[in-house]
Structure formats: structure tokens, C-alpha cells
Design a protein around this ligand. Structure first.
Ligand code: ARG
Length: 460
């Protein structure tokens, strides 16, 4: 297929050079966005009298027809023959409407075009992605509501630390995901400017109406510097970074569920429909979806790092290196959407093994900190109280009995301030009810959290 350039060359581009540089395989994803941008440009050319109004209409209608035709078409044949999506659209338009098509590229370059089309694509996808984050958050909040009241050990260093509500643990991820959405929308605000009209790098001698194009494409403003507009990909980096952080959250969540699903923890039963078996060991039920979500975070993080490295040494303005931004971007967005979908479905189907959870929170050591607070409320200095309870714990290990199985006399040996009510300390439910601070794991606080998330998510 005819290229968008070539008249100054005496030789054809070599076959291996073509294969090395052609990008249609990847950038065909931009078909709709690129047509949309081209349409806005065509209409602007008409308004600016750079082409006639009827030519502008012809271009716009032709572009609609091209989109219709190409959308349903298997493009795999074109991949080795057409340089990129812009070339494909140009050629298809020429075939449809004849030589008027040759006016479409007036006053623009693929450099400002690609920077615009990628933004238009990304805007739509980021909103879609935020919607999927919402779906996952809703699944987590529903689970938090369903399992409200079930206590589990909370961990630090993966050692049992203090009792928390399972719902509190789930809502922690809802908070993280909310910030992930915030990062996406922050990035969207910054990328909300239209590069088209920057030309290859220096702007144009033609009277292009940049504001019209920006408005027509739904951008709030035009970009402020033509060199910057065609040469930075920070808007792609920001989205890749937001997705990488999202995947860090998703990966940690998956890891928690994988742990809870082990025989050793045993808090959780995964749905059969989201688990897999072993070809050799008939008893196995493996958490593969969670492992894949955890594993694919590697790709999301890799895509960010890869583009950071690609960009870091580039001189202004456009360089072909930048073509490499799209593969990772498309992959990360797709990966995130798919992962959120599968995890939401999985979370909606989990079951909790309450007896196992109850057994785990019956471990007296989870309440050692509550014992410290008990002494503090009786006037003991924190460091002294900490030391006293530390010695008690050591004693319980020495006599191989849990704290709650020590006699009252034994308690008194460590502090005369202990009263018989200390045994209440080891009751998991009461421990939760003693929590006083805002945003703690107190059941009422957690319930309020569930309520407010439900309202917030329903409104967004
Ligand atoms: N396909 C290129 C990209 O994705 C845009 C085309 C600009 N190419 C050029 N040789 N100036 O970045």
C-alpha cells in the first residue's frame, strides 16, 4: 500500500525494515479514535476555509464510512503491508471518496495526530477502567456486609497481631482502590488538552482553528507548546503508573486470599468455578485465578518501567522510539479490566469458614496489647505495662498454657492491678467492641464504613 511519504526516496523500504517498523498490528486498536480525530480536523479545515465546506463534509462522511468498513474487517492481511493506522485510514478514504481524501492531512503531522488519538482512546478507556474498579469495590463491600461480625487475626510480619473484623480487612482494599481511581482521574485532568495543530513539532503556517478541534473532541483546552505536545508521553506514563499501583493492590489482595485459602489458615473456601485442579494430584483445588492476578502485576509494572526507560534519553521532539508506548499501554488497560472482572466474580462467590476463623481468634496472644491497655487504664506507664505483659507472655510459654488459661493467682504475680475481669480481655467480640478510635475495627465503625461505601459507590 502507498505510504504517506516516499517521493524523495529512490529506493523502496527494505522488507525487513518494513517488518521492523510497521505498527498496524498494534495501533489498529486506535481505529475509532483516529477516525474521530480526523473528522474533527476535516471539519475544522472547512471552517478555516483551507478546504471547501463540501469537501469537509465529504471527508467527514467518508471517514464515517471508512470506520464502518474497517471496524468489522479482519486487518491481519494489511498488517505486513500498511505502515500504521493513519496510513490505513488515509488509503481507505482515498478508495472511498477519491482525491478529496488527499486534503485530509492538511496542516497536520502524524506526530500531533498520534498524540491526540492516543489521548482520545485513553480517555474512554480510563473511564471504563474506573467503572471496573467500582465493580470490584462493590463486590468487596457486599462481601464485607455479608460477613460482618466474623473476626480473624490481623497480621503484621505475617505473625498474628490483633483481632480484626474480616470486613475491616476487605474494606481496607476498597480504600486503596478508591485512591487508584483518584490517580486515574488526576491523570485524566492533566491529559485533557488537545495536541492537534502542533504539526510535526513547530506549529503551522496555516490558519488552523485549534480551539475548534479541541472543543469538538471534548478537550478542555489546547496544548501550550507545540514541541512538548508531540514529544512527551507523560500522560501514558501516568496511566501506566496508576495501573501498576492498582496491580500492586490487586496482587496483595490475591496473596491474602491465597493464604486464607490454604489448609494452614483455612478461613476461606474459593468457588469451584474459579479454581482449578491438578492433572496428577486428585485432591488439589488451586487458586489459579488469584495467582494469575498476582503474577500479571509483573506485566503491569513492567509496562510502566519499560516506557520510563524508553523515554528517558530522548531528545525533543518526536522520535520513533515513542511508537513503542502503545503495546504496553493497550496491554495494561486490557489486563486491568479483565483482572477486575474475574476478581469481582470470584469475590462474590467466596465462602468463609467461621469455625476456623473463630479458632484462630481464640489465640490469647492476640489480646496481649489489650492487656497492656488494661494496665494503662489503671495508671501504669506504657513502658512498664508493656514489660509486665511481655513477662506474662514469656511465663505462658514456659508453662505451656495460653494466657487465658493462667490462674488469677499467676496473673497477680505480675501485677497487683489485675482484677478478675481480665479474662474478659480474651473474648474476641469484646476486644473488637473495646476499640474506640475512628476508622478502627470496632463493628459499629465497620458497619458505618460499609454503609457509606455503599452510598458512595451507588452514586458514582
Ligand atoms: N506510528 C507513530 C507512533 O505511534 C506515529 C507516526 C509518526 N511517525 C513518524 N515517522 N513521524 O508514534
Amino acid at each position: 500500500m502507498k505510504k504517506l511519504w516516499g517521493s524523495r526516496f529512490q529506493e523502496e523500504l527494505a522488507q525487513d525494515a518494513k517488518e521492523y517498523s510497521y505498527s498496524l498490528e498494534v495501533d489498529r486498536e486506535l481505529l475509532r479514535a483516529d477516525v474521530q480525530v480526523s473528522k474533527a480536523h476535516a471539519l475544522m479545515l472547512g471552517r478555516a476555509r483551507l478546504i471547501s465546506k463540501s469537501e469537509a463534509q465529504k471527508l467527514a462522511r467518508g471517514l464515517d464510512a471508512v470506520l464502518k468498513e474497517l471496524q468489522g474487517k479482519d486487518l491481519s492481511e494489511s498488517v505486513s503491508e500498511v505502515e500504521d493506522i493513519h496510513t490505513l485510514i488515509q488509503a481507505a478514504l482515498e478508495k472511498k471518496i477519491g482525491k478529496t481524501a488527499r486534503k485530509l492531512h492538511t496542516g497536520r503531522s502524524r506526530n500531533d495526530l498520534i498524540a491526540t488519538s492516543t489521548r482520545v482512546w485513553l480517555r474512554e478507556k480510563s473511564i471504563l477502567l474506573a467503572g471496573w474498579i467500582n465493580v470490584f469495590q462493590s463486590a468487596l463491600v457486599s462481601a464485607a456486609e455479608k460477613f460482618h461480625g466474623i473476626a480473624i487475626p490481623g497480621y503484621t510480619h505475617l505473625q498474628r497481631a490483633q483481632t480484626v473484623l474480616l470486613s475491616h480487612h476487605l474494606l481496607a482494599y476498597v480504600e486503596m482502590l478508591e485512591r487508584d481511581k483518584g490517580r486515574l482521574s488526576d491523570a485524566l485532568k492533566r491529559m485533557d488538552e488537545c495536541p492537534l495543530g502542533s504539526g510535526a513539532l513547530a506549529g503551522s503556517t496555516l490558519p488552523l482553528d485549534r480551539e475548534f478541534v479541541a472543543r469538538r473532541l471534548g478537550f478542555s483546552r489546547v496544548s501550550g507548546n507545540s514541541l512538548d505536545a508531540v514529544s512527551d508521553r507523560d500522560f501514558v506514563l501516568e496511566i501506566l503508573a496508576a495501573i501498576a499501583v492498582l496491580f500492586v493492590h490487586v496482587s496483595r489482595f490475591s496473596e491474602d486470599l491465597i493464604l486464607w485459602n490454604t489448609a494452614e489458615f483455612g478461613f476461606l473456601v474459593l468457588p469451584d468455578s474459579y479454581s482449578t485442579g491438578s492433572s496428577l494430584m486428585p485432591q488439589k483445588k488451586n487458586p489459579d485465578m488469584l495467582e494469575l492476578a498476582r503474577g500479571r502485576s509483573g506485566q503491569a509494572i513492567g509496562n510502566l518501567v519499560s516506557l520510563l526507560v524508553t523515554m528517558k534519553g530522548l531528545p525533543l521532539a518526536y522520535n520513533r522510539d515513542m511508537q513503542e508506548d502503545k503495546k504496553g499501554l493497550f496491554e495494561s488497560v486490557k489486563l486491568a479490566v479483565k483482572t477486575l472482572e474475574v476478581l469481582s466474580n470470584l469475590v462474590r462467590r467466596i465462602e468463609i469458614r467461621e469455625t476456623k476463623c473463630f479458632l484462630a481468634v481464640s489465640d490469647s496472644l492476640l489480646y496481649a496489647t489489650d492487656l497492656v491497655d488494661y494496665l494503662i487504664l489503671k495508671g501504669v506507664a506504657f513502658r512498664d505495662a508493656h514489660e509486665t505483659v511481655g513477662k506474662l507472655v514469656q511465663h505462658s510459654f514456659a508453662v505451656e498454657r495460653s494466657l487465658k488459661d493462667l490462674s488469677f493467682k499467676e496473673f497477680l504475680r505480675f501485677s497487683p492491678l489485675f482484677k478478675k475481669d481480665i479474662y474478659e480481655i480474651f473474648n474476641p467480640g469484646k476486644s473488637l467492641l473495646r476499640k474506640q478510635t475512628r476508622a478502627s475495627t470496632h463493628p459499629a465503625q465497620v458497619k458505618a464504613g460499609i454503609r457509606s461505601w455503599k452510598k458512595k459507590l451507588a452514586a458514582s
